[in-house]
Design a protein around this ligand. Structure first.
Ligand code: BGC
Length: 566
């Protein structure tokens, strides 16, 4: 169905640019932790509407909304009860429309999160599957198998879920269902035509309401190839030994792309076409297909997110990602933080271990505000990394609160924790609550301005230092840095070219068309700055022609447009 422009709420400026996403700055909102307008401790859509001026002043191109659908919150909203409604605690469909219109009015697009790998166990399909019993068409939408043992009292296999524990849950009649995540998230069977048709209807539902694209959760997990009922399943060890070459029974199968080819056709039936971005934790060389012409359009690269603050790693990741993007015909994506990982200001303030994500977890496991965290260094590096990110070709995905320089909250009391990874690992993994704590908007007042009730995750006292209100009044704040950078970045839209500069081992420097130069000093010692007019820097510069350690500067080559100097 072709939508007319009039039927979708868009400002004229948003209508004509089909390539807006290629170099967009996309700001992720985790709605339950953004702004609470009705004093129930949970952020909501009306709260986001109130903050549209803030988002507009920030200078982003699009908002990605994490799930806002009805949900028991067994996994922070990624357990969806109804894909075509709004959680009543968060608002109504009318408020969703009002939010879309308010964003579009200020030139910001909206991307919504689609969770197709699993429904929640409260979804009407899953309830029907339980009621209908073994062998029914209703069970055929999920992955039910008989248990082993005389009465089916043992799980069909020893598979483990991503969140820990068995990947199978019994339903009391000898059958079990597969859940690669929490038991409240039964995996769908994408070989079932009902499933395919229903998600196309869901995509149309939101597209017709005016959304500009979709973030596709666990995009590499939908297609599965399990032996038929009655045949033995491989063991977890056998699965682990299999290559991820497109034929693995559970992950990153080649046939998943048939699903996205159909989705892309639907995206292209809208004018302008919609865009999809795949969350696919796959080998970099298998990522291109999710992003390609018959894929969703774009795919997250988590390579920089996993990298230490190391110039060699940054250089090689940037090079390989630009090559992969060019091969797919898409643009690349850069991400440092999201709702699933330790915030990058914190990761970069931890001792180097070679793996930032694990490094963060190790620190969290040690509990509390561990002495080895250098919070100031972490933030300094995060600001330098972000300025580098925003100068690169491709899309930058930013996570709410990083523009305030927020750190992870490690010391949430056990009783307040929500993440199923915490419970299923019996606290061995603290999980992801620490990056989902509601934002501080003010330095004083209830919930630091998040809302009038106690927030659903407790905020630490030090949030006062990072409030949007305080940073608004401080031109050296991280908020001001993001705003200035996002404004300047809009000049880089015209091209996706990048030319490396050789400025020493500890330095990552490159030139973009128009004489734009970005230089990041990863080392501790100052380095000489190349010639150019200074546009912006992540730290105050000493004014002696040098760039201090852990800092980025943007310059404009005086010979603007002449890409001849190295
Ligand atoms: C989301 C997570 C979620 C998981 C299961 C992910 O990749 O980003 O937050 O827990 O999918 O839906």
């Amino acid at each position: 169905m072709l939508q007319t422009s009039e039927s979708r709420s868009r400002s004229t400026a948003l209508l004509h640019d089909h390539d807006w996403w290629r170099q967009a700055a996309v700001y992720q909102i985790y709605p339950r932790s953004f702004a609470d307008s009705d004093a129930n401790g949970i952020g909501d859509l009306a709260g986001i509407i109130e903050k549209v001026p803030y988002l507009s002043a920030l200078g982003i191109d699009a908002v990605w909304l994490s799930p806002f659908y009805p949900s028991a919150l067994a996994d922070g909203g990624y357990d969806v009860d109804d894909y075509r409604d709004v959680d009543p605690r968060l608002g109504t469909l009318a408020e969703f429309d009002a939010l879309t219109a308010a964003l579009h009015d200020v030139g910001i697009r909206i991307i919504v999160d689609i969770v197709p790998n699993h429904t929640s166990d409260r979804h009407e399909w899953f309830r029907a599957a339980l009621a209908a019993g073994k062998g029914s068409p209703e069970r055929g939408r999920y992955l039910f198998r008989d248990g082993r043992g005389e009465r089916g009292e043992l799980p069909p296999s020893d598979w483990t879920s991503i969140f820990g524990g068995s990947a199978w849950e019994p339903v009391g009649d000898g059958q079990w269902y597969l859940h690669n995540f929490a038991p409240e998230q039964p995996d769908l069977d994408w070989n079932n035509p009902d499933v395919r048709a229903d998600f196309l209807a869901t995509l149309r539902f939101w597209a017709d309401r005016g959304v500009d694209g979709f973030r596709v959760d666990v995009a590499h997990g939908l297609a599965k190839d399990l032996p038929p009922e009655g045949e033995p399943l491989p063991t977890q060890a056998e699965l682990d030994a299999l290559p991820h070459d497109g034929q693995h029974p559970l992950w990153d199968r080649d046939d998943v792309h048939d699903i996205y080819a159909e989705w892309r056709r639907l995206f292209r039936s809208y004018d302008p076409p919609l865009i999809g971005v795949a969350e696919a934790w796959v080998d970099p060389d298998r990522r291109a297909r999710y992003a390609g012409q018959d894929g969703l359009g774009q795919a997250f690269s988590f390579d920089l997110l996993r990298a230490d603050f190391d110039p060699r790693v940054f250089r090689s990741v940037i090079t390989s990602n630009l090559e992969l993007a060019a091969a797919s015909g898409s643009s690349t994506t850069w991400v440092f933080s999201n709702h699933d990982v330790v915030r990058h200001a914190t990761r970069y303030g931890l001792p180097v271990s070679g793996d930032s994500e694990r490094m963060g977890r190790e620190w969290l496991l040690s509990g509390g505000t561990a002495p080895e965290l250098d919070a100031a260094l972490g933030l300094r590096r995060a600001r330098a990394a972000t300025l580098l990110q925003l100068a690169l070709p491709g899309s930058a995905y930013l996570y709410q609160g990083e523009e305030l320089g927020l750190h992870e909250v490690p010391d949430i009391p056990e009783a307040a924790r929500q993440d199923p990874t915490f419970f299923r690992s019996r606290g061995v993994e603290l999980g992801r609550d620490g990056c989902r704590v509601p934002l501080p908007w003010t330095s004083e007042g209830p919930a630091f301005g998040f809302g009038d009730a106690a927030p659903h995750l407790p905020q630490p006292d030090w949030f006062a230092e990072y409030s949007a209100e305080r940073e608004e009044g401080d031109p050296s704040s991280t908020l001001w840095l993001y705003r200035r950078a996002l404004r300047l970045r809009s000049e880089l839209r015209e091209s996706e070219q990048l030319e490396w500069l050789e400025l020493g081992d500890e330095v990552v420097g490159f030139r973009r068309p128009g004489g734009w130069v970005s230089v990041t000093n990863f080392g501790p010692q100052s380095v000489p700055l190349p010639d150019g007019d200074i546009l912006l820097s992540s730290e105050e510069l000493p004014g002696d022609g040098t760039l201090p350690g852990a800092a980025t500067v943007w310059l404009r080559d005086p010979d603007t447009g002449e890409n001849t100097r190295g």
